[in-house]
Every structure is written in C-alpha cells, then in structure tokens.
Design a protein around this ligand. Sequence first.
Ligand SMILES: NC(=O)c1ccc[n+]([C@@H]2O[C@H](COP(=O)([O-])OP(=O)(O)OC[C@H]3O[C@@H](n4cnc5c(N)ncnc54)[C@H](OP(=O)(O)O)[C@@H]3O)[C@@H](O)[C@H]2O)c1
Length: 266
Amino acid sequence: MNLQDTHWLITGASAGIGAALAWAAVEHGAKRVVLVARRADKLRQLAQNIQEKFPGVEVIWIEADLLEEMTRNNMVEQVFSGGRIDVWVNNAGMGSNGCFDQLPTSSVLKMVRLNVEALAHLSSLAVQRMKQQPQRSALLQVGSVAGLMPVPTMGLYAATKAFVTSLTDSLSGELSGTSVQVHCLSPAPVKTEFLDVANAEGVLVRQQVPIAQSARSVALSAIRGLKWNITHIYPWLAWPFPLLAWLTPRWVWRVTGKVAARIARQ
Ligand SMILES: NC(=O)c1ccc[n+]([C@@H]2O[C@H](COP(=O)([O-])OP(=O)(O)OC[C@H]3O[C@@H](n4cnc5c(N)ncnc54)[C@H](OP(=O)(O)O)[C@@H]3O)[C@@H](O)[C@H]2O)c1
C-alpha cells in the first residue's frame, strides 16, 4: 500500500505503540491523522508536537472511552463525516496480571470489552465504510505474540489477543477481493505503560521484562508491513514466537500454567 497522502485513525494514541504509530505515519507520508484515547491532555500535546514538526499535516484528536458502545458509534460517525480513512488502527488495549480467579471481575469485563468487543465493533463499522471508498485502505489490528499461545497468569489477555489473530485471518480472506486489506501487528514485549496498567488492573505485580522493543521500532515494522502488504506483522523481537507456538504441544502450556500459578499464589 502506498502511504503517501493517507488519512489515518489510531485508537490508543495517547501513549506507547499508538503514539509511536502516529509519528511513524506522518514521517511516512500521512496527510491527516485522527488520534483517539481517553486522556485529552496527552492527545492535545501529541497533536501539537506533530503539527509543530509537520505543519502540512492535519492532526485531529478525539477524547473517547472505547468501553462505551455509544461513544464508539459517535466517534466513527464523526470521523467519517470529516472525510475518508485509509488506515484504521485498532491499537487500544490492556492487560491485567494474575491468576484468572483472583482478578477483579471489573478488570475481566473491562479487558474483554476493550480488547475484543471494542475491536470487533470498530472493525465492523470501519470496514463497512472503508469498503465504500474507491481507493485502497487498510485495517491494522494490534494483536500480540500472546495471541499465539496461552500465557499463564495472563491467560485472559492471551485469549483476547488470540481472538485478534483469528479474526485477522478470517477477515483477510473474506475481504481479499475488496479494496480493504487486513493486518495484524503482533509485538513481543514493548517498552510502554502497558505493564503499569496490567499491574494496576490485576493482582500480581510483574517487573519490567529484561528484553523489550521500543514502541518506535514496533511502529516502523507496522509501516513496512502495510507497505509490503504483509498480513501478520512481527517486529524483530517477536520473530521466534510463531515457531515456539507451533513447536510446543498444548499440554506443556498447561503444566507451565500449573507451576506459574503455584508461584503466583505464594
Ligand atoms: N507493551 C507491550 O508489551 C505489548 C506487547 C504486545 C502487544 N501490545 C498491544 O499493543 C497495544 C498498545 O499497547 P501499549 O503497549 O502501547 O500500551 P499503553 O502504553 O498502555 O497504551 C494503551 C493505549 O490504549 C488507550 N486506552 C486504554 N483504555 C482505553 C479506553 N477505554 N478507551 C480508549 N483508549 C484506551 C490508552 O489511552 P488512555 O489511557 O489515554 O485512554 C493508551 O493510549 C495494546 O493492544 C496491547 O495489547 C503491547
């Protein structure tokens, strides 16, 4: 896909991978970027910083809590009434650390509503509209290598990301004859606020993992994936994970889960 003069929408753009994607998009030719998240101050600051560096780019920000169905409907209406979207990025997501039975029910529901319900709802609304547009467009879902295999003490998060991986393959096939291409960006650990949120939402405090990629390098992988029309985009740190997932029998994850849960409960 040619990214020159494209119009983007990025959810979860106030931090981490979403903010890095916004920068990468304008650096690679985006003409208009719509930033969506809950923290208006962060979005305003990012929009200002981008526009200072790229005065020719239009940056719009929308404060929206994507847990709310009505908010999602209104946001999509507002976005498409303002013009076309060439790259729609469903990036907003969260995790929570701990054994499933110990997680607060509110965290369980929040994660499923954001990582699964909001992603499916926004994908449906966006694809219906993008299909009507004459030019090529892309739906970029942000998944995770956690979607390839169970992750003990982060099992629900892994299951929500497995949903993203699976939906990508189905949509990519179903939409292959249309102007909409579908991608899934599946990073391994990335240096963002993700773990802080996962610790705050869960019952287990996890230290930062020793090896993590920068959000910028993940965003640049996404740009390459879009340009070269790669359906499953794995940034370099994620490369071993598809093989690991393929080689490891499911029972190994169940045994690992038993051990991890025993340690986590202590
Ligand atoms: N970091 C990692 O190690 C890693 C690895 C693989 C995949 N991922 C995936 O990458 C994506 C981005 O994560 P990140 O690492 O960049 O995490 P992050 O730094 O915590 O960013 C999450 C973004 O989602 C937004 N968000 C959260 N809840 C929202 C809501 N209810 N409504 C609207 N926006 C909401 C946050 O903005 P507000 O708080 O302002 O709303 C923030 O902009 C997620 O889907 C995550 O699962 C992350």
